[in-house]
Design a protein around this ligand. Structure first.
Ligand SMILES: Cc1cc2nc3c(=O)[nH]c(=O)nc-3n(C[C@H](O)[C@H](O)[C@H](O)COP(=O)(O)OP(=O)(O)OC[C@H]3O[C@@H](n4cnc5c(N)ncnc54)[C@H](O)[C@@H]3O)c2cc1C
Length: 422
């Protein structure tokens, strides 16, 4: 009998897991999605990736992602990794903490360049930085367009024989003699040797039927895209931390900008049927993004101001985007674990169950690695690198309970050494 795996959730994590499992000729692979492919955060992501993270496991996992994004450009029709590099900016206060990580990058042989404002101005004349930020440039970083990547990855899965069942919600798990033995989806039992749960912010609601809790918190996050600009913007993907967000080129000669909102309250998913499309960007943040981030790219700043109207408070949501100079606005949810690291790997309590969740603001960046590593766990019993630090079993149940009980804002969620960006 061929082995069977069920993957719950058709976002980038679930699809990538299915794709990499299929490449290992695992057997029958079914992805079960309650809505449509990409219905969750994946279609809303900015798609930025840097390999310069804050932990050894994170750096090693991102190295896999960066290599796979490049290879996937050749494997998936309609997808191309935008290898423009990723510039991570820091101010005088935040740089020392990041500077302490340079020996880790050196030891792991990760490429980077530290740059001052003059060096950055010379390298990217389209970028106009104020103050004296320090730039940590990742030459292998860049971005993907979710609109191109998601359908390409889903098609790639199907071409390898993966079945993707859309409109099919998992309502329960089948546990047989303490082992995970399948799911109940769309009212039907699907028996399986392995079940991989990649349901992002729905995780607590989905896993509560088997009494499995993880320390997870979700916050709303938002990003915007300008109308087409007169000329292409030649900049890397920029994690503009001192300016409160990030910018990158967007296809169609546009600019994409995302803005942090430290005041965002924790968001609790009400039930399993929750749809992320019900989330809209909080009022006023489009203006904050325009004021703080468009000046970094004067070409786009001019276009943004030209579209502004004084009576912006009196227009409806769709018009607001036009009046604030943004053509597209997207909001969705980010998910963070109790220690800021992803939760990835097998669950000891239920042999046969695997989880991939809590990728902070970097789940798109992690997805090729998450897929490779989960596929390694499921098919071979061991991942390509040691992911013990990401284990779902690393949390104490009392800490989990207290973490989940306490309500905090996004700004209050801060961890040592942890930059919230991609
Ligand atoms: C505005 C914004 C910008 C972002 N920018 C970046 C970025 O630049 N770089 C980056 O790396 N990351 C970014 N992220 C984060 C990134 O989008 C997420 O971390 C990533 O998409 C998570 O992917 P996922 O597949 O794990 O989850 P999702 O894409 O949310 O997929 C989970 C899926 O599970 C399905 N599901 C849930 N419950 C069930 C059920 N019971 N049965 C069946 N299916 C179910 C859902 O419908 C959903 O489709 C951003 C996020 C947002 C909101």
């Amino acid at each position: 009998m061929p082995r069977r795996a069920v993957i719950v959730g058709a976002g980038v994590t679930g699809l990538s897991t299915a794709y990499h499992l299929a490449r290992k000729s695992y057997g029958n692979i079914t992805v079960v999605e309650k809505g449509r492919v990409g219905d969750g955060a994946s279609s809303r992501a900015a798609g930025i990736i840097t390999g310069l993270l804050w932990s050894e496991t994170g750096v090693l996992a991102r190295r896999i992602s960066l290599a796979r994004f490049r290879e996937l450009s050749g494997e998936l029709d309609g997808y191309r990794f935008q290898d423009v590099g990723c510039l991570n900016l820091f101010d005088a206060a935040s740089w020392p903490e990041r500077e302490r990580l340079l020996p880790l990058y050196d030891r792991l042989g990760v490429e980077y360049t530290v740059m001052d404002r003059t060096g950055m101005a010379a390298a990217w004349p389209d970028l106009a930085l104020t103050g004296e930020p320090v730039g940590l440039f990742d030459p292998l970083g860049g971005y993907s367009e979710p609109e191109h990547y998601l359908p390409a990855l889903a098609d790639g899965c199907r071409a390898l024989g993966v079945e993707i069942r859309e409109g099919c919600m998992v309502s329960d798990f089948i546990v047989d003699a303490g082992r995970m033995a399948g799911v109940v989806a769309g009212g039907k039992r699907i028996e399986a040797d392995a079940v991989v749960s990649t349901v992002h912010v729905w995780t607590l609601k989905v896993l509560e039927s088997i009494g499995l809790q993880l320390p997870l918190k979700s916050f709303v996050h938002q990003r915007y895209v300008t109308a087409p600009l007169p000329t292409p913007v030649r900049i890397p993907a920029v994690n503009a931390n001192p300016y409160g967000g990030y910018v990158r080129p967007h296809y169609g000669q546009r600019l994409l900008a995302g803005i942090e909102n430290p005041d965002a309250p924790e968001f609790r998913v009400p039930d399993r049927t929750f749809q992320m499309s019900t989330i809209t960007p909080p009022p006023g943040l489009g203006e904050v993004a325009r004021e703080n981030l468009l000046p970094l790219v004067p070409l786009a700043g001019r276009a943004g101001r030209a579209g502004r109207a004084d009576h912006a408070d009196h227009v409806d949501h769709a018009d607001r985007a036009r009046y604030t100079g943004w053509e597209i606005e997207k909001a969705g949810l980010l998910s963070f674990s109790g220690d800021g690291e992803p939760v990835l790997g097998p669950v000891e309590r239920f042999p046969g169950l695997y989880v991939g969740v809590a990728f902070h603001s970097g789940g798109f960046a992690y997805n090729p690695a998450a897929g490779v590593l989960l596929a390694g766990c499921v098919a071979d019993g061991r991942p390509e690198i040691d992911i013990g630090d990401f284990s779902p079993d690393r949390f104490d149940s009392r800490d989990t309970e207290s973490f989940n009980r306490t309500r905090i804002t996004h700004g209050e969620y801060s961890l040592p050494g942890h930059s919230r960006r991609h």
